[in-house]
Design a binder for this molecule. Structure first.
Ligand code: ACO
Length: 430
C-alpha cells in the first residue's frame, strides 16, 4: 500500500497521499486539503511547497548535486556545451546528430532581429537598464510572430520548435544590441558561420571592419557559464514563467515575465553584488578579513555576497566548476585581477570559519562567474542579462512541460490579515 500522511485537525484525523519523486524525495499531496478540512496550508515564500511535478532538473542541496534530465552537471560541463544542453533541458533527451544539426540551423537562421524592432532601440533612453529592454523586446516578439503567440496551447505547442529557437537565438542578439546602444556603438549583425557564444562575443565586441579576436578558452568559459545557468528547478523566475504559462500565455510572454522576475537583486542580481562587494573591499584596502568579520554580525546589508543558497547547504557544484575556469580565463588573458585574490581569500576564510560552517554557507554560482565575465569585458550591468541568456532553455523547458501537462491555472490561496468589514463613510463625513 502506498504511504499516506495523517493530519489531525480539531481532533479529527484526515489522511492524504504521499507523493514520492525519482530520488525518493517525499511530499504530502494537500491538493484536497481545503475540500476535506476547510483549511489551507500556509508557507510564506513556498520554501516547503512543491508547486508541481517536474522531470527537468534534480537538485540535492544537502550533498551539492545538480542534474539536468538525469545527467550530472559535472559531466555536462566537461563533455557538452550550452546548445546541446539547451536541447536536453527543453526536449528531455540528448539530441542525435541530425536533431542537433536542425536545432543549430534554426538558431542560426533566427539570429537577426526584425527590422521593425530596431526602432524600439532608437526610442529607449541611452541609460535604460538592459533587463528592462530585454523583457520588453522578448514580449514584443509575439507581435512579430503572432502565429507562435496565439495563447492557444495546442497551436503554440505546434510552433514550439520555431518559438524556442527564436527565443534562444534572439535573446543573445538583443542582449548584445542593448549593450551597444548604451555605449553609443553601432549594431553589429550576427555572422551565420559563427557558433552560439562566438557570435555573441562578435556582436558585443567587434567593430565595423575589425572583427573580435576569438580565443577558445573564452568561448569555452562563456559556454560553461551559460550551461551552468540553464536550469535550476523552481526558482523565482522559473516559477514565474510557469505561473504566467498556467493561464495559457504564449512562450514569448512567459519568458519575458521570467526576465522581470530574474532582475531582482535577491535572484539574478546577486552576481553584480559580488563584484560591487569585491570592489568595495579592494578600495578599503582590506584583504577580506574585516569584511568577513562584519558579515558575521547578522546585519543583512553586510552579507558576504555569493555565499549561501536557499537550496544548497553544501558547496554549489556550479561554483566548483567556475572556480577552475576563472583561473584558466585570467591565465589565458594574462590578467591579474586583485578581485580574484580577494575572492580566494574570502573563500579561504569563510570555508574555515565556524559561523559559515555552522550555517552551511558555501560559495554559490555567482561567486566566480562575475570575475570571469569582467575579465571577458562584459560590464557589470550586463551580468543579469547573461544570466537570462543562460536560463532561457530552462524557461522554455518549463513552459513546454507546463503546457503539455494537465496543470490547472495557478491560483494560490492567502491568509487575509486586513481589516474586518467596516462601513463606508463619505469623504465629507470623515
Ligand atoms: N553572509 C553572512 N551570513 C549569511 C549569509 C551570507 N551570505 N547568508 C545567510 N547568512 C546567515 C543569516 O544571517 C542567518 O544567520 P542566523 O541564523 O544567525 O540568523 C543564516 O545564515 C541563515 O540565513 P537565511 O537568510 O535564513 O538563509 P537562506 O537560505 O534563506 O538565504 C540567501 C539564502 C538569500 C541566498 C542568503 O544566503 C544570501 O543572502 N546570500 C547572499 C546573496 C547571494 O549570494 N545570493 C545568490 C544566491 S544564488 C542565485 O540566486 C543564483
Amino acid at each position: 500500500m502506498s504511504e499516506t500522511a495523517k493530519i489531525i485537525i480539531e481532533n479529527k484525523t484526515f489522511e492524504f497521499p504521499v507523493v514520492v519523486g525519482t530520488e525518493n524525495e517525499k511530499a504530502i499531496d494537500t491538493s484536497k486539503l481545503r475540500d476535506t478540512t476547510g483549511y489551507v496550508t500556509y508557507d510564506d515564500g513556498y520554501g516547503n511547497t512543491a508547486s508541481c511535478e517536474s522531470s527537468i532538473t534534480f537538485i540535492d542541496g544537502e550533498t551539492g548535486i545538480l542534474r539536468y534530465r538525469g545527467y550530472d552537471i559535472q559531466d555536462l560541463a566537461v563533455q557538452s556545451n550550452f546548445i546541446e544542453s539547451a536541447y536536453l533541458v527543453i526536449y528531455g533527451e540528448l539530441p542525435t546528430v541530425q536533431q542537433l544539426q536542425n536545432f543549430r540551423h534554426l538558431i542560426l537562421r533566427n539570429a537577426a532581429i526584425h527590422q521593425g524592432m530596431f526602432s524600439f532601440f532608437e526610442a529607449f533612453p541611452n541609460n535604460s537598464h538592459p533587463m528592462a529592454i530585454l523583457s520588453a523586446m522578448l514580449n514584443s516578439l509575439g507581435c512579430y510572430y503572432p502565429e507562435m503567440a496565439t495563447n492557444n496551447r495546442q497551436r503554440d505547442l505546434e510552433q514550439l520548435d520555431n518559438a524556442a529557437t527564436i527565443l534562444l537565438s534572439k535573446v543573445r542578439t538583443l542582449a548584445a544590441m542593448s549593450y551597444r546602444m548604451k555605449h553609443g556603438l553601432p549594431f553589429i549583425h550576427p555572422k551565420p558561420e559563427l557558433p552560439y557564444c562566438s557570435n555573441f562575443l562578435h556582436m558585443m565586441f567587434s567593430e565595423p571592419y575589425v572583427d573580435y579576436k576569438f580565443n577558445p578558452v573564452i568561448d569555452r568559459a562563456l559556454n560553461l557559464i551559460l550551461l551552468l545557468h540553464a536550469d535550476h528547478e523552481q526558482n523565482c523566475s522559473t516559477s514565474t514563467v510557469r505561473m504566467v504559462a498556467s493561464g495559457g500565455a504564449n512562450l514569448f510572454a512567459s519568458a519575458s515575465a521570467g526576465v522581470c522576475a530574474l532582475w531582482g537583486p535577491a535572484h539574478g542580481g546577486a552576481n553584480m553584488a559580488v563584484i560591487h562587494m569585491l570592489e568595495e573591499i579592494h578600495k578599503a584596502g582590506d584583504d577580506g578579513s574585516s569584511f568577513v568579520a562584519a558579515a558575521k554580525s547578522g546585519d543583512k546589508t553586510k552579507r558576504l555576497m555569493g555565499f549561501g543558497h536557499r537550496v544548497y547547504k553544501n558547496y554549489d557544484p556550479r561554483a566548483k566548476i567556475l572556480k577552475k575556469t576563472c583561473a584558466e580565463v585570467l591565465n589565458t588573458l594574462g590578467v591579474s585581477d586583485p578581485l580574484l585574490d580577494i575572492a580566494l581569500k574570502l573563500e579561504e576564510i569563510a570555508t574555515h570559519d565556524e559561523y559559515f560552517l555552522a550555517r552551511k554557507l558555501y560559495p554559490n554560482v555567482d561567486f566566480y562567474s562575475g570575475i570571469i565575465m569582467r575579465a571577458i569585458g562584459i560590464p557589470v550591468d550586463m551580468f543579469t542579462v547573461m544570466f537570462a541568456i543562460g536560463r532561457m532553455p530552462g524557461w522554455i523547458g518549463h513552459w513546454r512541460e507546463l503546457a503539455t501537462s494537465k496543470s490547472p491555472i495557478h491560483r494560490p490561496r492567502q491568509i487575509y490579515i486586513g481589516s474586518p468589514r467596516r462601513e463606508y463613510v463619505p469623504i465629507d463625513k470623515r
